[in-house]
Design a protein. Sequence first.
Length: 255
Amino acid sequence: MYSIGIDSGSVATKGVLFNGSIIKEITIPTGWSPKMASEEVLNRLIKESNIQKEHVKKIIGTGYGRVSMPFVDKTITEITCHAKGAHFLNPTVQTILDIGGQDSKVIKIDEDGNVIDFLMNDKCAAGTGRFLQVMANVLGKDVSDLDLLTKGGEPEPITSMCTVFAESEVISLLAKGIPLENIASGIIHSIGNRGVSLLDRISIVDVVAFTGGVAKINVLKKVIEEKIEKNIYIPENSQIVGALGAAVIGWEKIE
Ligand code: ADP
């Protein structure tokens, strides 16, 4: 028997096949259709794992695209799913900072992985993966290049609070000949500051986990750790935590 969790986000659709442990995980771009992306993830999870569809007893959908998944048994908010997923990976986690493509959130959970409180920024692109994508684009790079780009850089302050103005600011910095590594480092610090301000609005209880696609930027870990003066835990694949949580909830229902 298996459960499947599918998290269709603004940028990426993630899926996890689960039977008490993670059997397989898949991440693909959401593109223009969360429905098509979710169906592709579901079909690939089953096909590439060589299992029979009938053996999947529960499918749980989450993420903003969860309303476009006619094949799921149930939909659950990403807040609950992130909490479950992070708790499954590390039961000591009590605070989660999640930065995805179009929102960022902090979630406080109890020792059983239940949500106690949460705060969300879904009104402004600054402090989200979208900000990074816009900035990487101005630098003519991919977001996955930002890690290496910051090497040896001294963070150049990015003062604009708005993504659109920050984009113009970065263009001006490039025109002034500010080294790329300093600008890249400034971009990382800017998103780090946003994450920390969100964390500051909730009392941080150890252990703090950092999840979402943006947590894949290794240098961001150190930036946030220095600012909050605490170590943070980043799952091996930070992007699939919501999908994993959905799969765990499905599995609990089967059991
Ligand atoms: P959503 O659920 O909204 O689709 P995700 O949690 O999947 O968001 O994260 C998507 C964001 O993660 C992208 O906007 C991008 O900025 C960032 N991201 C994804 N992969 C990487 C990577 N390899 N390196 C750096 N950032 C990444």
